[in-house]
Each structure stands twice: as structure tokens, then as C-alpha cells.
Design a binder for this molecule. Sequence first.
Ligand code: SAH
Ligand code: SF4
Ligand code: F3S
Length: 456
Amino acid sequence: MFFRNNDFNELQKVENASNNIQVSGGNVYIETFGCQMNFSDTEILLRILAENNFFETSDLSKANIILLNTCSVRKHAEEKIYSRLHSFKKLKKKNPNIVIGILGCMAERMKSKLFDDFEFLDLITGPDEYRKLPDLIKNVRKGKKGVATKLSKKETYDDIIPLRKKGISAWISIMRGCDKFCSFCIVPFTRGRERSRSYNSIIKEAKCLSDEGVKEITLLGQNVNSYKYAGNDFADLLLAVADAVGKVRIRFTTSHPYDLSIKLLEAIASRENICNYIHLPVQSGSNRILRLMNRFYTIEQYKEIIKSAREIIPSVGISTDIIAGFPSETEEDHKLTLKLLEEVQFDSAFTFIYSPREGTKAYKLTDDVPAEVKKRRLGEIINLQRKISLNIHKKLIGEEKEILIESFSKKSKEYLLGRTDCNKTVIVPKGNLNIGDFAFVKINKVNSATLFGTVI
Ligand code: SAH
Ligand code: SF4
Ligand code: F3S
């Protein structure tokens, strides 16, 4: 779900790219890694660049500016970017006029230290400094490398309309940063303090998207539940957006359990077009580990929230995130996580092996769970969740669901992929359907990840 595929062979073609030195304007090739916030940021910075005559190209061979919008959440995420950067070294040698820049969370975390490892890099720009990108590029072309990694307490890019690719789904970033400081997490350091974007500009943007024919809008933030603007909270915003866009489906991510209110659950239940789906990361089933993680809730409180969610929104789909092998996690703690999965019966779970991030509070704890134990625990969590998801899906056989068709099925052009409002993927024969259509389908086959249906 997180990474965009790129054709690495394209790299060879860049040797033919323009050798002319120009200061202003150019063709920008950008790869984005990490979470939806980063993908949303790419749309924002592409607008900033376009207004300065820098236009995106998906063809690496036509690019004279190459940017990577990066993620630091786990070591593996950074390793991917390191290997991508190594592949650009040869390219820069052959064509020194190409501008190569690192943006996003890794730029923010590493700052100018990245120049030590990659002397061919030209610019390093953190998530709150994208307005400077055009000038930074111009300076590079005049021979001056650039670093801009100041975090802001105010920047929300409120006035910038993201340069989106045409499609049926769109993201709207409603806030930036995070103040939660979960002890394992680098995000508060790479994204800075929490700040909310203005209420009216979000509603206006949603309305424009709906007028343009978008069928699904996802409101984005690291912790959307703590949205606050001029006396309005997230539930107020969600209702206002839902009411401004007609039948357009509204989703949101991510919710922190500590801030999820009954008012928000009631808001979700009160509107047809707010999807009955909540992603509510729990991280661990052990209260001792949750305390060490700085998560501010107990498992008992978490289960209460789930109970309320299911009472208020009976058909709600719930997914979660889990980290295996946090420092000092015992077999007992791990079993509590498995027990929680059994008890809650999540629709799905995103699971990760703990990865120490320098600068976080947990980094000071000894990373004492051996790698093979972490891996085995992760495997047990994944296997159990697969069984649970399959059981939940089996109960849907014979049911009728409304889906929004999002794309062709990955395996065949004869089939389309749609999603229920509870976020379940359904594959249906193409028939007369088109991407962007809503359709009622009957579920007749399932596996742990996907439902298969026919149009009624
Ligand atoms: N703001 C969101 C997303 C944070 S990153 C949230 O709070 O849910 C997405 C997930 O990555 C987290 O929920 C967590 O499960 C995982 N994660 C974050 N830091 C991690 C680390 N150091 N090691 C392993 N997983 C991590
Ligand atoms: Fe990271 Fe926690 Fe903030 Fe999510 S809520 S971004 S896990 S610090
Ligand atoms: Fe990664 Fe930054 Fe998102 S660390 S998960 S790209 S906020």
C-alpha cells in the first residue's frame, strides 16, 4: 500500500537527458515513499514547482531534476532509499547538470549529514520547507547546494491547491505534524508540531473535488482526532465535509485511540457518505508495553472504544497496526497481543517488526528481542490475523454490498476492483461497469484478503 513501483532500468536512459544548463524551469522526476501524507505532500510540492515552470515528468530520461520524497519510519524504509540513491550516483557523474534532491522525512532526520554519504546530492528539503524548492533548485544551478530543514509551527500549505493526478480518489491533508511522541516513533521529529489547517479551506477544497467528479475523499493527518480549528473539532469538520460533497465517500486516517470521541463515532453513524471504517492502531496487547510505548491508553480502554464503535456503527470495519518485538517484550506480552486479536476480531492488521529509531525515547531502551524471535512473533500475529479475516469474510458470503469501482483488477482487465464502505476489496467481472461507478454486488467467494462478487 505504501510504495510506488518505479522502473529502475529507466535510469540508463537519463544519459541522453538535456545537458543544457538552465536556471529556471525544468522537468521534474519524483519518486515518493512512505505514508499517504508523503504522497499528499508530493502533490503540494508539485504545485509549488509548476507555478515556477518546473513540470513533472514520469519519464526519467526527460528529467533534469530528480527528487525523492522519503520515509524514515523504519530502518528498512531508509535502506530502500539508500539503495535508490546509490543508483543515481552513476547518473550524476555522466550528467552533472542533473539536480538531485532528497525531500521528506529522511531529509528532515538526516539533514546535511546526507551530503557525507552522498556527495553528489544537490539539495535536502524537509516537509515544512517546500515553498523554497524553486529557489533551492535555481541556486543549485548557480553552483550552490542547498539545505532547508527548518520545522514550522504554522506551515499547513493552506493556500496551495495540490496538483493531483486525475482519478476518482483524492487526499486532503487536514493537519500536519504529531504531538503524541509514541516512544518508538520518529514522526514527531521529522514532521514537527501538530497544527491544523483552516476549517473553511478544507471544506472548499472538498467541494471543488466533488464538483470535479472525484468519488472518494480521504482526510489525512497523523492523528486526525486531534484536529482543532477555531472551536471546531474533527467530528465537526467531518460532518461539514460530508455535507458539502453530496454522495462522495469520505474516509479519514489515522486515528489515535486516546483521542477518539463518542461524538466522532456518532458523526460517522449519522451520514451515509462517511465510510463505516476506522483504522485504530493498537500497537500491542500488553499494558506494560503500551506504557513503555507512551500510548496513553490501556487495553481495557481500547476494548471499550471498540465496543462503543460497534454499538454506534454496527457495520463498522476496524483495522489496526501492531509492532512485534518492542524492547523487553516477553512471550507473555506477545501472547496478550494474540489474545487481543482473538478478542477484538479486527478486519485487518498492518504488522511491523520493531525498528529502533535514533532520537526517540525507545532508542534508549535495549533492543533486546532477538531478530529471529521478532520474526517468529510477527509470523504468529500475521497467521492468526489471516485466520480471523478469513472467518469474518466467510460470513459475508451471500450478502449484498455496495462498492465503488476503483481500478482494474491487478490480475486481469476482465475484472474490476471495488471497495465496500467498510474498506473490503471486492473483485467483480467487468461487464458494463466503469471505474468510478457505484454498484451493488453479491459476495460469492472469499479469501483472507479479498472478496469476489457478481453485480446484482
Ligand atoms: N500516525 C499514524 C501512523 C504512524 S506510522 C499512527 O499513529 O497510526 C504507521 C505505523 O508504523 C505505526 O502505527 C506503527 O505501528 C508503525 N511504526 C512506527 N514506528 C515504528 C518503529 N520504530 N518500528 C516499527 N514500527 C513502527
Ligand atoms: Fe507516531 Fe504515535 Fe504520532 Fe502516530 S501518533 S505519528 S505512531 S508518534
Ligand atoms: Fe514515513 Fe514520514 Fe510518513 S516517516 S510514515 S513518510 S510521516
